[in-house]
Design a protein around this ligand. Structure first.
Ligand code: VG1
Ligand code: CO
Length: 543
């Protein structure tokens, strides 16, 4: 089998965003589009020849075709050993676990995460390095530069491989192994959590539902929650991965996981509910009649980590993305550990974990994880919660309220304005920056601005600098407004506004966040001149 060289020409829109390259499926289906990006990975990453590479995706439309293409190209490029998830499936956290366990040089993950799928939906591809984490900016920028000059790629002429059956195949010098996508991951979860205690909790009448949203976590949740932990069948909802996610939006939040939310907020709903996203790295945690904000969840996991076997010896430090609420900072302070503030996107946590500086990390966007892998991990967060619930035997609501009473509550909300015109969105950001000189000291109702900046991060491990990571306006008493433009959308621009205030008084902690934050929400809109600049009077999504 001799590799074939195909000539090609660059596409100019292949710069990876917050989490890989995301575009419409139709763009990826254009001749050479996927191939150019994959070859650019092989050309710029180096050291992959003869090595092991992991390949899998979230099962969305075009996943199988893309995997067959990548297998041929990987073989033509001299990759030694390919590990491919059966049916082309690997959740993002499972891919990270497999890379680490098998000492792979990296992995290619096909996913557009929570973005809708199907022929008119989105597709995505990202490269993870040998530590199992998303490639850092240095590498994604090198890949991008390569896409701008590429003039050929390598492939093989060979039939499609049977992805649905476990087994080993040989393509020239390359072996391709179709692996069970769940096994390594499930084993890792058993090593971290007290499965016996969770099993006992479930036997004692505690009820739960997990919504896989017809995305990749279905098989993982069936195996772990139902088979290994003994939850009754039916615990996992929407558990069959579908190429179009059943027409839904596989984003685990109050807006898109409606079915689950209604169940948890009904009269005789289950005690616990959770959902994950398209590629299995996000999580939403619900108690009966109770929603846990992701920022609070990170703080709670940190405060309760010693109840979990995998973290019994304590945690080295924590990290959160800049827009994530300051709730975890207060826990870190009490524990006497470091809390790092990074730009949005999991790739910024990798160095901190590799250097042993942090154990837990999280983002406000329903992402939580730890140094067990180098990606955020949806089911891991669910198991962490179940382990805490098994140890404390209190309801989710009780646990969270106690936490607020002890540490204070960070009221938090995110307002997204989707599909704005790029120029209008950039205009908002420029307008805000232009006010930096005059804002400090200004009074807005009862809020006084203390400082503002455009967040810039210097990685404490390798010294690399990432600037322009979001505008922060800080007020007296710990309130904040943060503005940033999304790096995962595929249509126009998405403006995210993150709003937060701190309430230490337990008597005032039970308000609805939208009400508690109403004055700040108003200030956020006024400062950004939203209606005039974007024509919008309300956000597209509130989380
Ligand atoms: C969003 C979230 C960010 C997350 C990223 C990838 O990015 O805000 O916190 O890391 O998605 O998550 P952005 O640039 O659109 O705000 V996933 O589950 O989509 O891989
Ligand atoms: Co995701």
């Amino acid at each position: 089998m001799t590799p074939r060289t195909i000539s090609t020409r660059p596409f100019t829109d292949q710069r990876p965003g917050t989490s890989g390259l995301r575009k419409k499926v139709t763009r990826f289906q254009e001749p050479h589009y996927l191939e150019n990006f994959v070859q650019s990975i092989f050309d710029s990453v180096g050291k992959l020849q003869g090595e092991t590479l992991v390949v899998g995706g979230d099962g969305r439309y075009f996943n199988r075709e893309a995997i067959q293409t990548i297998i041929r190209m990987a073989a033509a490029n001299g990759i030694g050993h390919l590990l491919v998830g059966r049916a082309g499936l690997l959740s993002t956290p499972a891919a990270s676990a497999v890379i680490r366990k098998h000492g792979a040089a990296g992995g290619i993950i096909l996913s557009a995460s929570h973005n809708p799928g199907g022929p008119d939906g989105d597709f995505g591809i990202k490269f993870n390095t040998a530590n199992g984490g998303p490639a850092p900016e240095k590498i994604t920028e090198a890949i991008y530069r390569r896409t701008l000059e590429i003039d050929r790629y390598l492939t093989l002429d060979c039939p499609d491989l049977p992805l649905d059956h476990l087994g080993s195949h040989r393509l020239g010098e390359t072996t391709v192994e179709i692996i069970d996508p769940v096994a390594d991951y499930a084993q890792l979860m058993e090593a971290l959590f007290d499965f016996d205690a969770i099993r006992e909790l479930l036997q004692g009448g505690f009820t739960l539902r997990f919504d896989a949203m017809h995305a990749v976590t279905g098989p993982y949740a069936h195996e772990i929650l139902e088979n290994r932990l003994g939850a009754p069948s039916g615990t996992v909802m929407n558990g069959t991965p579908l190429p179009d996610f059943g027409g839904g939006h596989p984003d685990p939040n109050l807006a898109y996981a409606r079915e689950l939310v209604e169940l948890l907020f009904s009269d005789d709903g289950p005690d616990f509910g959770a959902a994950s996203d398209g590629d299995g790295d996000r999580n939403m945690i619900l108690g009966r009649n109770f929603f846990v904000t992701p920022s609070d969840s990170l703080a709670l996991l940190t405060a309760n980590a010693r109840l979990v076997p995998g973290y019994r010896n304590g945690i080295a430090g924590v990290a959160r993305s800049m827009p994530t609420s300051l709730a975890v900072d207060r826990v870190a302070e009490k524990l006497g550990i470091e809390c790092y503030e990074t730009p949005t996107g999991w790739k910024f946590f990798g160095n901190l974990m590799d250097a042993g500086k942090v154990t837990l990390c999280g983002e406000e966007s329903f992402g939580t994880g730890s140094n067990h892998i180098r990606e955020k991990d949806g089911l891991w967060a669910v198991l962490f919660w179940l382990n805490i619930l098994a140890a404390r035997r209190q309801s989710v609501a009780e646990i969270v309220r106690q936490h607020w009473a002890e540490y204070g509550r960070n009221f938090y909300t995110r307002h997204d304005y989707e599909e704005l015109e790029m120029a209008a969105a950039q205009g908002v950001m420029q307008h805000l920056e232009q006010q930096f000189a005059i804002l400090p000291g200004q009074q807005f109702g009862s809020f006084r601005v203390t400082s503002c900046d455009n967040f810039s991060y210097t990685d404490p491990v390798d010294g690399s600098v990432s600037s322009n990571q979001g505008i922060r306006i800080l007020f007296d008493g710990g309130s904040r407004i943060v503005y940033r433009l999304s790096g995962t959308g595929t249509v126009g621009a998405t403006l995210r506004i993150y709003i937060e205030s701190y309430e230490p008084d337990p008597g005032k902690q039970l308000q609805d966040p939208q009400e508690a934050l109403a004055p700040l929400i108003e200030i956020a809109g006024r400062l950004a001149e939203l209606p005039a600049r974007t024509g919008r009077t309300a956000p597209s999504v509130i989380t």
